[in-house]
Design a protein around this ligand. Structure first.
Ligand SMILES: [Zn+2]
Length: 486
């Protein structure tokens, strides 16, 4: 009796275990044939899921990210993974905005790692594209569409990696959390900003975070593949310049009209040059890359702070590269213009938007004053549209950085892992502010020209990249999670 009951109990345990693991997968859309299996055929599975994600429009504004969050959460739940649609402020957005959360628990010995991305995309002008930007086409080994790189392609690689981790026999030492937030493209206040302010508990006291901002640059020899890990970034300081003047009929030549006043102010801003300044993270990045640079620049790049000041001809060469220039300077770009609406009427007010990007540690308030001083016109005002402190960058001496280095060696012998400063900005600062070590890094191999698709036409990612990227991300998580068995 006892023996018999014991045996049936163990059978029951086995049966329950099979039911718990098996059927959850059986209802998973991959198993139903809707998508290829994410472990057996990871590249095509990722490609098909990404194509679907591209078809769910999330152009911000207004965003409307909720259906995409629901799609990702459904995929995770069907796999038996803990997942939740996290409501975020929706305003006028219909059908609404939300983040996607998923978690695979570890054994709790170490604090979690978050895989972060964003669900929204920038607009796309179909006339500039060779295929419709929101059709999610898979052809010629590529997935083409708005968001393929920025950042739906990242969300899907992270999702695939989470599924592979979930299917492992042994848990990792840490929870792996997937978090895809809305609203990044307009500053993230209602996405990552909201989650870090109002829903902090879902971050589960994470230690690390990986998000967009860095990747693997495939360069021409002798430069090896560069695994660029963004540890710090410039900070946006978005300003609105408003000029006021006498309104009226424009048949007489205006002495004091708003539009000419604005044009004069903008000309001073356009030609304004802030002095170069090399922050430590930028100095370290160029020093790491120096051995691969053209021979006559190597010495200078290895000590950029000194030589940029000292060697005028090197300074000229260095600053002529717009990307390099942006890493050692505050930059300001005039973007939006608003003024009159009729040819023969002088408006009382004319305005322009400035997209200024400040070096880490600089203040938008001070830069605004710098612009006011440059303009030097009492009838021109400058207001702040968006700004935040970039705060301190993330340290490099961490388990996560070393995990990336080990995986880089394995996947790309001869590659170099470089802590980078980037001239764009991401949601990383919201998480850095909470003390989470946050790196802008997604394992994908892109030649420089391919990155032009980000915010540009014909954005695409190769199926091979999706597959290898998932493998590399899983390898990083395994290295980080401390798996002695591997
Ligand atoms: Zn992005």
């Amino acid at each position: 009796m006892t023996r018999h009951r014991g045996r049936s109990r163990s059978l029951l345990v086995v049966l329950l275990a099979v039911l718990a693991a098996g059927p959850a997968r059986a209802v998973w859309p991959f198993a139903s044939g809707e998508f290829p299996d994410p472990v057996a055929d990871p590249g095509n599975a990722a490609a098909q899921v990404l194509a679907r994600a591209i078809r769910i429009r999330t152009v911000n504004p207004p965003g409307d990210e909720k259906p995409l969050a629901e799609f990702l959460v459904d995929l995770l739940r069907a796999e038996g993974i803990e997942a939740e649609v996290v409501e975020t402020p929706s305003g006028d957005s219909e059908p609404g905005r939300a983040a996607a959360f998923g978690r695979v628990k570890g054994n709790g010995r170490k604090r979690p790692v978050i895989l972060h991305s964003h669900l929204d995309v920038v607009p796309a002008n179909p006339s500039e594209w060779v295929v419709p930007p929101f059709d999610g086409l898979v052809a010629g080994g590529y997935v083409v569409g708005r968001g393929a790189l920025d950042a739906k392609g990242i969300a899907i690689v992270q999702l695939m990696a989470l599924i592979q981790i979930a299917r492992r026999e042994t848990p990792l030492d840490r929870d792996v959390i997937l978090l895809a937030t809305p609203d990044e493209e307009t500053g993230g206040q209602l996405g990552a900003g909201y989650v870090t302010r109002e829903r902090r508990s879902i971050l589960h006291d994470a230690e690390f975070l990986l998000t967009e901002g860095g990747g693997i640059l495939e360069s021409d020899p002798p430069l090896p593949p560069v695994w660029g890990v963004a540890v710090t970034e410039k900070t946006p300081c978005w300003l609105r310049v408003v000029a006021r003047g006498t309104p009226g009929h424009s048949s007489s030549e205006p002495r004091d009209a708003a539009v000419p006043r604005l044009v004069a102010a903008l000309e001073k801003i356009r030609t304004y040059e802030s002095p170069p300044r090399v922050v430590p993270d930028v100095a370290r990045m160029f020093a790491t890359l120096a051995p691969y640079a053209r021979e006559d620049d190597r010495k200078q790049l290895s000590d950029l702070t000194f030589w940029l000041d000292f060697d005028a001809s090197f300074r000229g060469r260095f600053l002529a590269d717009r990307g390099q220039n942006a890493l050692v300077r505050n930059t300001v770009t005039i973007t939006v213009l608003e003024g009159g609406t009729q040819t023969n009427v002088m408006p009382a007010e004319a305005s322009a938007h400035l997209d200024a990007r400040l070096l880490p540690g600089e203040s938008c308030q001070a830069f605004r004053q710098e612009m006011l001083d440059a303009v030097d016109d009492p009838r021109v005002e400058i207001e702040t549209l968006l700004s935040f402190d970039s705060g301190a960058g993330s340290p490099v001496d961490t388990e996560l950085f070393r995990a990336i280095e080990r995986v880089a060696k394995r996947f790309d012998p001869g590659s170099v892992v470089v802590p980078r400063a980037i001239s764009g900005f991401t949601d990383a600062h919201y998480f850095r502010d909470l003390g989470i070590v946050s790196y802008g890094f997604v394992p994908r191999w892109l030649p420089a020209r391919e990155s032009l698709g980000i915010h540009g036409p014909n954005e695409r990612i190769s199926v091979r990249n999706l597959e290898r990227g998932t493998q590399a991300l899983v390898a990083i998580l395994e290295e980080l999670g401390g798996v002695a068995s591997h």
